[in-house]
Design a protein around this ligand. Structure first.
Ligand code: 16G
Ligand code: ZN
Length: 540
């Protein structure tokens, strides 16, 4: 009867009005907002079933991230705050695309296939971004979950990583944190403060080249109100000057994606030379840093830089603690070749390469004791295994008197590492958490943004989009580094690439747009541009 009721309500209140096929992609469903009513309603239904399968709370986030304001989207978050299991992506796509009068039987089929006991309780957390369409779409999803008798908690306008956090915290019986908006802010702010106190008690208030001030572009998204809240909690430690906080159009000429892809400053920010700047994306799960040097040249410090900074610092803490762990950095083919080289050769850490999309990076990072993953576009976080947490806790209690001084340094490094872990949103990339992490490390190192940049020199690179008849004729292999189809094309690429000093290039069909993406890097900007154009011609 529940399935019949769901079908009736779907037909009357959230009918499928557009006969467009839509797939659960890299980051859930994305489309024009007006095409999504029935999808949201059905995802509300599905989330209630997913919650019953797992016997835990799941999350639903309504956002289209960095995409234009007219778009929207939805993704389901699994109980530990991770992305929906890949097998269920197919279930979601199938449910999204059926006709209204097939809904009841499709739901019954899922219930049967997954052996779901519909009399069990279900619980779903909701969050949404600032898009004008988000409230309406969120209501559609809430309706779906309610029809399936789930207990619903709507957090309203929050960042994507906050919803991941709420779900994980709630399902951990609050061990991961308090599953509330205040709980989130307090956890991160307290860790930021404790870390600062630890460093100051060790070496005094002196902080070298570090300036406790940043300029922040919020892309007119949810980051605006959320970072403002954080900034009030830590204002004695860090001054954050906020721009694009919601007065203008979402993601328009601003935000992490705009800055990264165009390698330029966002509009409507006021900065001086050498000001340390950040941009968030529309739902605040990406962050990039940048500044303008003395000659007014734009300098970007992207996800690769953040990964290198974090990896180098955590390694230095492990060295002090004298703990051997399997530490690795997970990147995609978009990672600048210079960053990969720096991590391998200077930091002497492992690097793994996986296909684009957070779920692939996240899964790979779980294989390490400390797995640092970042996409070049600024999405990333750090994962710590149970073993790591146990060993570091033991190091904190090390009272060996023979090497008392040594043990003191070790205990302090362990306290820092544990506080650091508290500052990290381990469920997914989180602009606010990542900002606090970077600021903490720069302060601990006494580095200016230029000191940070001096770790290595990026290889010049260029990204292009190519529109083709059918982007899916291109089949990628080796973590998107090579293509297997059309046959022979990779050989043409290889011949071309070999003509460029430090040349590297790849193409891949986008998972979010109807285009083929081209990436090229080489020893000079002119060469990178040229290589990208030639590769694009071969694809066309
Ligand atoms: C999505 C992904 C992001 C990826 C991007 C690539 C998540 C949460 N987000 O935004 O990680 O970099 O897609 O887009 O997985 P593309 O396939 O259009 O290049
Ligand atoms: Zn995003």
């Amino acid at each position: 009867t529940l399935a019949l009721a769901a079908e009736a309500k779907g037909k009357s209140d959230f009918p499928r009005q557009y006969d467009i096929n839509i797939e659960y992609g890299t980051a859930g469903f994305r489309s024009k907002a007006e095409h999504l009513d029935h999808i949201l309603y059905r995802m509300g239904l599905l989330a209630a079933l997913r919650s019953r399968v797992k016997g835990a709370t799941v999350g639903v986030m309504i956002t289209a991230s960095h995409n234009p304001v007219a778009d929207n989207g939805v993704k389901i978050i699994d109980p530990q705050g991770e992305m929906l299991e890949i097998r269920w992506e197919t279930i979601a796509s199938d449910l999204a695309n059926i006709k209204d009068d097939e809904l009841s039987s499709a739901l019954l089929q899922i219930i049967k296939d997954e052996s779901i006991d519909v009399t069990k309780p279900a619980s779903v957390f909701f969050g949404r971004d600032t898009r004008p369409s988000s409230e309406h779409l969120s209501n559609a999803a809430v309706e779906g979950s309610k029809v399936f008798q789930a207990e619903v908690k709507d957090f309203g306008i929050v960042t994507t990583p906050m919803v991941h956090y709420f779900v994980a915290a709630h399902n951990s019986n609050n061990e991961y944190g308090d599953p509330t908006i205040d709980g989130y802010f307090e956890k991160l702010a307290n860790a930021f403060r404790s870390f600062r106190e630890e460093v100051v008690s060790e070496r005094g208030p002196e902080s070298g080249n570090y300036e406790p001030k940043i300029v922040a572009d919020m892309a007119n998204g949810v980051g605006g109100p959320m970072l403002k809240k954080m900034s009030e909690l830590i204002k004695d430690l860090l001054t954050i000057e906020l721009f694009n906080t919601g007065e203008g159009e979402l993601n328009h000429e601003s935000g992490a994606d705009y800055v990264k892809v165009r390698q330029t400053l966002p509009k409507r920010v006021r900065i001086k030379a050498k000001d340390r700047c950040v941009s968030f994306d529309g739902d605040a799960d990406r962050i990039v840093y940048y500044y303008q040097d003395q000659s007014v040249k734009f300098r970007l410090l992207d996800g690769d830089r953040i990964a290198s900074l974090v990896a180098g610092y955590l390694k230095s803490l492990l060295d002090i603690m004298n703990i051997e762990l399997n530490v690795g950095v997970v990147q995609t083919a978009y990672a600048n070749g210079a960053s990969t080289k720096y991590i391998k050769e200077v930091l002497k850490l492992k690097v793994a390469c996986v296909p684009t999309g957070v779920k692939y990076l996240h899964h790979k990072a779980q294989e390490f004791d400390i797995g640092i993953y970042f996409e070049a576009n600024g999405h990333g976080t750090v994962l710590f295994s149970k073993k790591t947490k146990v060993l570091v806790k033991a190091a904190r209690e090390d009272k060996s008197s023979v090497f008392y001084r040594l043990a003191g340094g070790k205990r302090s490094a362990a306290r820092k590492m544990l506080t650091f872990i508290d500052m990290v949103n381990e469920t997914t990339g989180d602009s606010i958490s990542d900002l606090l992490i970077v600021e903490t490390i720069l302060h601990a190192r006494g580095w200016s943004v230029e000191d940070w940049e001096n770790c290595y020199t990026d290889l010049p690179n260029r990204q292009l989009k190519v529109t083709v008849q059918d982007r899916n004729v291109i089949k990628v292999i080796d973590a998107e580094c090579n293509i297997s189809e059309p046959e022979g094309l990779q050989d043409d690429f290889d011949r071309l690439i070999s003509m460029f000093a430090e040349g590297r290039a790849f193409v891949r069909p986008s998972g979010t747009e109807d285009v083929v993406r081209v990436y090229a890097e080489s020893n000079t900007q002119a060469n990178a541009d040229k290589l990208a154009v030639h590769i694009a011609k071969l694809v066309h």
